[in-house]
Design a protein around this ligand. Sequence first.
Ligand SMILES: Cc1ncc(COP(=O)(O)O)c(C=O)c1O
Length: 391
Amino acid sequence: MKYASISDRLAGLGAAKWEVHYAGQQQARAGVPVIMLSIGEPDLPPPARVIERAIQSLQSGRTRYANGQGELGARLAIAAHLADRSGMPVTPEQVLCTAGTQNGLYTALLTLVEHGDEVLVPDPYYATYEGLVASSGATFVPVQTAPEAAFHLTPAALEAAITPRSRVLLLNSPSNPTGAVLSLAEVDAIGAVCEKHDLWIVSDEVYADLTFSGRFCSPFDRPQLRARTLAVSSISKSHLLPGFRTGWVAASADVVQRLLSVAEAMLFGSQPFLADALAEALTGHHPEVDRFRDSLRGRAEAVVEAFAGCAHTQVRMPEGGMFLMVDVRATGLDGEQFAWRLLEEEHVVVMPGESFGLGAAAGHVRVALTVDQAVLRDACGRIRRLIERLA
Ligand SMILES: Cc1ncc(COP(=O)(O)O)c(C=O)c1O
Protein backbone atom coordinates (compact mmCIF):
# COMPACT_ATOMS: atom_id res chain seq x y z
CA MET A 1 0.00 0.00 0.00
CA LYS A 2 1.20 3.50 -0.79
CA TYR A 3 1.33 6.51 1.55
CA ALA A 4 1.20 10.13 0.45
CA SER A 5 4.52 11.95 0.61
CA ILE A 6 3.34 14.26 3.44
CA SER A 7 4.13 11.65 6.09
CA ASP A 8 7.65 11.24 4.66
CA ARG A 9 8.16 15.00 4.68
CA LEU A 10 7.02 15.21 8.30
CA ALA A 11 8.88 12.13 9.57
CA GLY A 12 11.40 13.06 12.25
CA LEU A 13 10.13 16.64 12.59
CA GLY A 14 7.99 15.95 15.65
CA ALA A 15 8.97 13.90 18.68
CA ALA A 16 12.73 13.87 17.96
CA LYS A 17 13.05 17.50 19.09
CA TRP A 18 11.56 16.68 22.50
CA GLU A 19 13.68 13.65 23.49
CA VAL A 20 15.29 15.35 26.52
CA HIS A 21 11.86 16.45 27.69
CA TYR A 22 10.46 12.92 27.47
CA ALA A 23 13.52 11.53 29.28
CA GLY A 24 12.97 14.12 32.05
CA GLN A 25 9.32 13.16 32.34
CA GLN A 26 10.30 9.52 32.65
CA GLN A 27 12.76 10.30 35.45
CA ALA A 28 10.13 12.39 37.24
CA ARG A 29 7.69 9.47 37.04
CA ALA A 30 10.37 7.22 38.52
CA GLY A 31 10.61 9.57 41.52
CA VAL A 32 13.70 11.64 40.60
CA PRO A 33 13.12 15.28 41.72
CA VAL A 34 13.48 16.76 38.23
CA ILE A 35 12.79 20.45 37.51
CA MET A 36 11.01 20.66 34.15
CA LEU A 37 11.72 23.88 32.24
CA SER A 38 11.08 22.41 28.82
CA ILE A 39 7.46 23.06 27.89
CA GLY A 40 5.61 26.33 27.37
CA GLU A 41 2.55 25.42 29.40
CA PRO A 42 1.16 28.29 31.53
CA ASP A 43 1.25 27.22 35.18
CA LEU A 44 -1.19 29.67 36.81
CA PRO A 45 -5.00 29.36 36.89
CA PRO A 46 -6.96 30.75 33.90
CA PRO A 47 -9.45 33.62 34.31
CA ALA A 48 -12.32 32.41 36.48
CA ARG A 49 -14.96 34.27 34.44
CA VAL A 50 -13.89 32.50 31.24
CA ILE A 51 -14.23 29.08 32.85
CA GLU A 52 -17.63 30.04 34.29
CA ARG A 53 -18.78 31.19 30.87
CA ALA A 54 -17.72 27.88 29.26
CA ILE A 55 -19.66 25.93 31.89
CA GLN A 56 -22.77 28.12 31.57
CA SER A 57 -22.65 27.76 27.81
CA LEU A 58 -22.35 24.00 28.00
CA GLN A 59 -25.27 23.85 30.43
CA SER A 60 -27.41 26.07 28.23
CA GLY A 61 -27.02 23.66 25.32
CA ARG A 62 -24.33 25.36 23.24
CA THR A 63 -23.15 21.95 22.09
CA ARG A 64 -24.40 21.85 18.53
CA TYR A 65 -22.50 22.49 15.28
CA ALA A 66 -20.95 25.93 15.01
CA ASN A 67 -20.78 28.23 12.04
CA GLY A 68 -17.82 27.05 9.90
CA GLN A 69 -16.14 30.45 10.01
CA GLY A 70 -16.66 30.67 13.78
CA GLU A 71 -19.57 31.83 15.92
CA LEU A 72 -20.55 35.45 15.27
CA GLY A 73 -20.15 36.40 18.95
CA ALA A 74 -16.57 35.13 18.97
CA ARG A 75 -15.72 36.83 15.68
CA LEU A 76 -17.20 40.11 16.90
CA ALA A 77 -15.09 39.89 20.07
CA ILE A 78 -11.90 39.09 18.13
CA ALA A 79 -12.62 41.90 15.65
CA ALA A 80 -13.23 44.38 18.49
CA HIS A 81 -10.05 43.25 20.25
CA LEU A 82 -7.96 43.76 17.09
CA ALA A 83 -9.67 47.06 16.20
CA ASP A 84 -8.97 48.35 19.69
CA ARG A 85 -5.33 47.28 19.46
CA SER A 86 -4.69 48.67 16.00
CA GLY A 87 -6.92 51.74 15.99
CA MET A 88 -8.17 50.54 12.58
CA PRO A 89 -11.56 48.97 11.88
CA VAL A 90 -11.82 45.16 11.81
CA THR A 91 -15.06 43.36 10.88
CA PRO A 92 -16.17 39.80 11.71
CA GLU A 93 -15.82 39.02 7.97
CA GLN A 94 -12.08 39.46 8.51
CA VAL A 95 -11.91 36.71 11.13
CA LEU A 96 -11.76 32.92 10.91
CA CYS A 97 -11.98 30.96 14.17
CA THR A 98 -9.51 28.08 14.42
CA ALA A 99 -8.58 25.32 16.84
CA GLY A 100 -5.71 27.37 18.28
CA THR A 101 -2.76 29.17 16.73
CA GLN A 102 -1.18 25.99 15.41
CA ASN A 103 -4.30 25.13 13.45
CA GLY A 104 -4.55 28.74 12.24
CA LEU A 105 -0.96 28.66 10.98
CA TYR A 106 -1.59 25.34 9.25
CA THR A 107 -4.71 26.69 7.55
CA ALA A 108 -2.83 29.83 6.49
CA LEU A 109 0.15 28.00 5.01
CA LEU A 110 -2.00 25.43 3.22
CA THR A 111 -3.94 28.30 1.69
CA LEU A 112 -0.93 30.38 0.63
CA VAL A 113 1.87 28.03 -0.48
CA GLU A 114 2.62 24.72 -2.12
CA HIS A 115 5.44 22.75 -3.71
CA GLY A 116 7.83 25.09 -5.49
CA ASP A 117 7.22 28.02 -3.12
CA GLU A 118 9.54 29.17 -0.34
CA VAL A 119 8.59 30.26 3.17
CA LEU A 120 11.06 32.54 4.96
CA VAL A 121 11.40 31.93 8.68
CA PRO A 122 13.60 33.89 11.10
CA ASP A 123 15.96 31.44 12.81
CA PRO A 124 15.63 30.50 15.76
CA TYR A 125 12.02 29.47 15.24
CA TYR A 126 9.24 27.61 17.07
CA ALA A 127 9.76 23.87 16.88
CA THR A 128 6.62 23.06 14.85
CA TYR A 129 7.35 25.51 12.00
CA GLU A 130 9.40 23.10 9.91
CA GLY A 131 6.52 20.62 10.01
CA LEU A 132 4.01 23.33 9.16
CA VAL A 133 5.91 24.37 6.06
CA ALA A 134 6.68 20.77 5.07
CA SER A 135 2.97 19.92 5.29
CA SER A 136 2.24 22.44 2.58
CA GLY A 137 4.99 21.03 0.34
CA ALA A 138 6.77 24.40 0.25
CA THR A 139 10.46 24.82 1.09
CA PHE A 140 11.52 26.10 4.52
CA VAL A 141 14.11 28.88 4.25
CA PRO A 142 15.69 29.91 7.57
CA VAL A 143 16.73 33.56 7.80
CA GLN A 144 19.60 34.05 10.20
CA THR A 145 19.53 36.31 13.23
CA ALA A 146 22.36 36.79 15.75
CA PRO A 147 22.49 36.38 19.55
CA GLU A 148 24.52 39.61 19.66
CA ALA A 149 21.56 41.43 18.06
CA ALA A 150 19.14 39.88 20.59
CA PHE A 151 17.94 37.52 17.83
CA HIS A 152 16.07 40.34 16.04
CA LEU A 153 15.38 39.81 12.34
CA THR A 154 16.98 42.50 10.17
CA PRO A 155 15.63 43.72 6.80
CA ALA A 156 19.09 43.04 5.29
CA ALA A 157 19.07 39.37 6.35
CA LEU A 158 15.54 38.99 4.99
CA GLU A 159 16.40 40.66 1.70
CA ALA A 160 19.45 38.40 1.28
CA ALA A 161 17.32 35.24 1.70
CA ILE A 162 14.65 36.20 -0.87
CA THR A 163 14.49 34.39 -4.22
CA PRO A 164 11.91 34.52 -7.04
CA ARG A 165 10.18 31.60 -5.26
CA SER A 166 9.71 33.37 -1.92
CA ARG A 167 6.02 33.74 -1.04
CA VAL A 168 5.60 34.08 2.72
CA LEU A 169 7.44 35.51 5.71
CA LEU A 170 6.45 33.60 8.84
CA LEU A 171 7.02 36.03 11.72
CA ASN A 172 6.77 35.32 15.43
CA SER A 173 6.95 38.25 17.84
CA PRO A 174 7.28 37.91 20.83
CA SER A 175 9.43 34.99 19.80
CA ASN A 176 9.49 31.47 21.05
CA PRO A 177 12.30 30.61 21.84
CA THR A 178 14.22 33.91 22.04
CA GLY A 179 11.85 36.44 23.65
CA ALA A 180 12.64 38.97 20.88
CA VAL A 181 9.86 41.52 20.28
CA LEU A 182 9.95 43.54 17.06
CA SER A 183 9.54 47.30 17.43
CA LEU A 184 7.24 49.36 15.23
CA ALA A 185 10.26 50.63 13.26
CA GLU A 186 11.47 47.05 12.73
CA VAL A 187 8.03 45.85 11.63
CA ASP A 188 7.84 48.72 9.13
CA ALA A 189 11.34 48.08 7.77
CA ILE A 190 10.78 44.33 7.47
CA GLY A 191 7.34 45.02 6.02
CA ALA A 192 8.87 47.30 3.38
CA VAL A 193 10.98 44.36 2.17
CA CYS A 194 7.83 42.22 2.02
CA GLU A 195 6.06 44.95 0.03
CA LYS A 196 8.98 45.22 -2.38
CA HIS A 197 8.95 41.48 -3.08
CA ASP A 198 5.17 41.04 -2.76
CA LEU A 199 5.34 38.55 0.12
CA TRP A 200 2.54 37.51 2.43
CA ILE A 201 3.25 37.98 6.14
CA VAL A 202 1.92 35.26 8.43
CA SER A 203 2.24 36.76 11.91
CA ASP A 204 2.18 34.32 14.83
CA GLU A 205 1.04 36.55 17.71
CA VAL A 206 0.32 33.94 20.34
CA TYR A 207 2.50 35.82 22.90
CA ALA A 208 1.27 39.33 21.95
CA ASP A 209 -0.28 39.98 25.37
CA LEU A 210 2.86 38.78 27.14
CA THR A 211 5.14 41.66 26.18
CA PHE A 212 7.26 43.07 29.03
CA SER A 213 8.96 46.17 27.73
CA GLY A 214 7.97 48.31 24.79
CA ARG A 215 4.72 47.82 22.91
CA PHE A 216 3.75 44.78 20.89
CA CYS A 217 3.50 45.72 17.23
CA SER A 218 1.88 43.62 14.51
CA PRO A 219 2.14 44.12 10.73
CA PHE A 220 -1.66 43.63 10.80
CA ASP A 221 -1.88 46.93 12.71
CA ARG A 222 0.10 48.85 10.07
CA PRO A 223 -2.10 50.33 7.31
CA GLN A 224 0.45 49.70 4.55
CA LEU A 225 0.91 46.04 5.58
CA ARG A 226 -2.56 44.93 6.61
CA ALA A 227 -3.67 43.61 3.19
CA ARG A 228 -0.72 41.21 3.00
CA THR A 229 -0.84 40.10 6.65
CA LEU A 230 -2.55 37.13 8.28
CA ALA A 231 -2.52 37.64 12.06
CA VAL A 232 -2.78 34.32 13.91
CA SER A 233 -3.32 33.92 17.64
CA SER A 234 -5.30 32.27 20.42
CA ILE A 235 -6.11 32.42 24.12
CA SER A 236 -3.74 29.50 24.85
CA LYS A 237 -1.00 31.58 26.44
CA SER A 238 -2.51 35.01 27.21
CA HIS A 239 -5.50 33.50 29.06
CA LEU A 240 -3.72 30.33 30.20
CA LEU A 241 -6.09 28.05 28.27
CA PRO A 242 -4.02 25.90 25.89
CA GLY A 243 -6.40 22.96 26.25
CA PHE A 244 -9.32 24.98 24.86
CA ARG A 245 -7.67 24.89 21.40
CA THR A 246 -9.38 28.17 20.55
CA GLY A 247 -7.85 30.81 18.31
CA TRP A 248 -8.18 32.79 15.09
CA VAL A 249 -6.74 34.09 11.86
CA ALA A 250 -7.47 37.74 11.02
CA ALA A 251 -6.88 38.94 7.46
CA SER A 252 -8.70 40.78 4.72
CA ALA A 253 -12.20 39.42 4.00
CA ASP A 254 -11.21 37.87 0.66
CA VAL A 255 -8.25 36.06 2.25
CA VAL A 256 -10.60 34.77 4.96
CA GLN A 257 -12.92 33.32 2.29
CA ARG A 258 -9.94 31.39 0.89
CA LEU A 259 -8.95 30.21 4.37
CA LEU A 260 -12.53 29.15 5.05
CA SER A 261 -12.54 26.64 2.17
CA VAL A 262 -9.49 24.95 3.68
CA ALA A 263 -10.86 25.16 7.24
CA GLU A 264 -14.18 23.64 6.24
CA ALA A 265 -12.44 20.71 4.59
CA MET A 266 -10.40 20.16 7.75
CA LEU A 267 -12.55 20.95 10.79
CA PHE A 268 -15.93 22.31 9.78
CA GLY A 269 -16.34 24.66 12.69
CA SER A 270 -15.31 24.85 16.30
CA GLN A 271 -17.17 24.29 19.57
CA PRO A 272 -19.88 26.89 20.37
CA PHE A 273 -19.33 26.75 24.15
CA LEU A 274 -15.61 27.43 23.66
CA ALA A 275 -16.42 30.23 21.21
CA ASP A 276 -18.51 31.80 23.99
CA ALA A 277 -15.58 31.42 26.39
CA LEU A 278 -13.25 33.03 23.83
CA ALA A 279 -15.64 35.99 23.51
CA GLU A 280 -15.65 36.33 27.30
CA ALA A 281 -11.84 36.15 27.39
CA LEU A 282 -11.45 38.99 24.89
CA THR A 283 -14.15 41.18 26.43
CA GLY A 284 -13.33 43.16 29.51
CA HIS A 285 -10.41 42.87 31.83
CA HIS A 286 -9.17 39.71 33.56
CA PRO A 287 -6.73 40.23 36.44
CA GLU A 288 -5.38 36.69 35.88
CA VAL A 289 -3.93 37.83 32.52
CA ASP A 290 -1.98 40.69 34.14
CA ARG A 291 -0.88 38.44 36.97
CA PHE A 292 0.54 35.91 34.52
CA ARG A 293 2.41 38.52 32.49
CA ASP A 294 3.80 40.15 35.64
CA SER A 295 4.90 36.82 37.04
CA LEU A 296 6.67 35.93 33.76
CA ARG A 297 8.47 39.25 33.86
CA GLY A 298 9.50 38.69 37.51
CA ARG A 299 10.69 35.17 36.74
CA ALA A 300 12.73 36.37 33.75
CA GLU A 301 14.35 39.00 35.98
CA ALA A 302 15.14 36.29 38.55
CA VAL A 303 16.89 34.21 35.86
CA VAL A 304 18.94 37.18 34.66
CA GLU A 305 19.91 37.88 38.28
CA ALA A 306 20.86 34.23 38.87
CA PHE A 307 23.45 34.43 36.08
CA ALA A 308 24.76 37.90 36.98
CA GLY A 309 28.54 37.96 37.26
CA CYS A 310 28.96 34.55 35.60
CA ALA A 311 32.18 34.72 33.59
CA HIS A 312 31.05 32.10 31.07
CA THR A 313 27.63 33.21 29.95
CA GLN A 314 25.38 36.22 29.70
CA VAL A 315 21.64 36.02 29.94
CA ARG A 316 19.66 38.79 28.32
CA MET A 317 16.26 39.85 29.64
CA PRO A 318 13.61 38.68 27.13
CA GLU A 319 11.33 41.41 25.76
CA GLY A 320 8.28 39.17 25.99
CA GLY A 321 6.96 35.61 25.84
CA MET A 322 7.49 32.65 28.12
CA PHE A 323 11.12 31.73 27.48
CA LEU A 324 14.70 32.89 27.47
CA MET A 325 17.90 31.59 25.98
CA VAL A 326 21.05 30.70 27.91
CA ASP A 327 24.29 30.69 25.92
CA VAL A 328 26.33 27.57 26.81
CA ARG A 329 28.96 27.84 24.06
CA ALA A 330 31.74 28.43 26.60
CA THR A 331 31.29 24.83 27.81
CA GLY A 332 32.42 23.46 24.43
CA LEU A 333 29.16 21.50 24.22
CA ASP A 334 26.30 22.14 21.86
CA GLY A 335 22.86 22.82 23.30
CA GLU A 336 21.75 19.22 22.86
CA GLN A 337 24.79 17.77 24.67
CA PHE A 338 24.47 20.36 27.43
CA ALA A 339 20.76 19.61 27.95
CA TRP A 340 21.49 15.87 28.38
CA ARG A 341 24.36 16.55 30.81
CA LEU A 342 22.11 18.94 32.75
CA LEU A 343 19.43 16.29 33.10
CA GLU A 344 21.93 13.60 34.14
CA GLU A 345 24.01 15.68 36.54
CA GLU A 346 21.68 18.39 37.84
CA HIS A 347 18.17 17.02 37.18
CA VAL A 348 16.97 20.07 35.29
CA VAL A 349 15.25 19.74 31.91
CA VAL A 350 15.66 22.50 29.32
CA MET A 351 15.24 22.41 25.56
CA PRO A 352 18.35 22.28 23.35
CA GLY A 353 18.65 25.41 21.22
CA GLU A 354 19.11 23.15 18.21
CA SER A 355 15.46 22.09 18.53
CA PHE A 356 14.69 25.62 17.28
CA GLY A 357 17.02 25.66 14.28
CA LEU A 358 20.70 25.11 13.61
CA GLY A 359 21.57 28.80 13.25
CA ALA A 360 21.80 31.29 16.10
CA ALA A 361 20.13 28.96 18.64
CA ALA A 362 22.93 26.39 18.41
CA GLY A 363 25.03 26.32 21.57
CA HIS A 364 22.12 27.66 23.61
CA VAL A 365 19.41 26.12 25.74
CA ARG A 366 15.87 27.43 26.11
CA VAL A 367 14.52 27.92 29.62
CA ALA A 368 10.72 28.02 30.08
CA LEU A 369 9.53 30.50 32.71
CA THR A 370 6.77 28.18 33.85
CA VAL A 371 7.66 27.45 37.47
CA ASP A 372 7.63 29.81 40.43
CA GLN A 373 10.60 32.06 41.19
CA ALA A 374 12.05 29.95 44.01
CA VAL A 375 12.17 26.81 41.86
CA LEU A 376 13.49 28.79 38.91
CA ARG A 377 16.31 30.26 41.04
CA ASP A 378 17.23 26.76 42.23
CA ALA A 379 17.23 25.47 38.61
CA CYS A 380 19.34 28.40 37.40
CA GLY A 381 21.84 27.76 40.19
CA ARG A 382 22.22 24.22 38.87
CA ILE A 383 22.53 25.37 35.24
CA ARG A 384 25.17 27.91 36.26
CA ARG A 385 27.04 25.24 38.27
CA LEU A 386 27.23 22.95 35.23
CA ILE A 387 28.37 25.79 32.95
CA GLU A 388 31.09 26.77 35.44
CA ARG A 389 32.17 23.14 35.88
CA LEU A 390 32.54 22.60 32.14
CA ALA A 391 33.86 25.97 30.95
C1 LIG B 1 5.26 30.41 18.75
C2 LIG B 1 4.10 29.52 19.01
N1 LIG B 1 3.12 29.45 18.10
C3 LIG B 1 2.05 28.66 18.28
C4 LIG B 1 1.92 27.86 19.41
C5 LIG B 1 0.71 27.01 19.56
O1 LIG B 1 -0.32 27.78 20.11
P1 LIG B 1 -1.80 27.23 20.25
O2 LIG B 1 -1.90 26.52 21.58
O3 LIG B 1 -2.66 28.43 20.24
O4 LIG B 1 -2.06 26.31 19.10
C6 LIG B 1 2.93 27.89 20.39
C7 LIG B 1 2.83 27.03 21.58
O5 LIG B 1 3.78 26.83 22.31
C8 LIG B 1 4.04 28.75 20.19
O6 LIG B 1 5.03 28.83 21.06
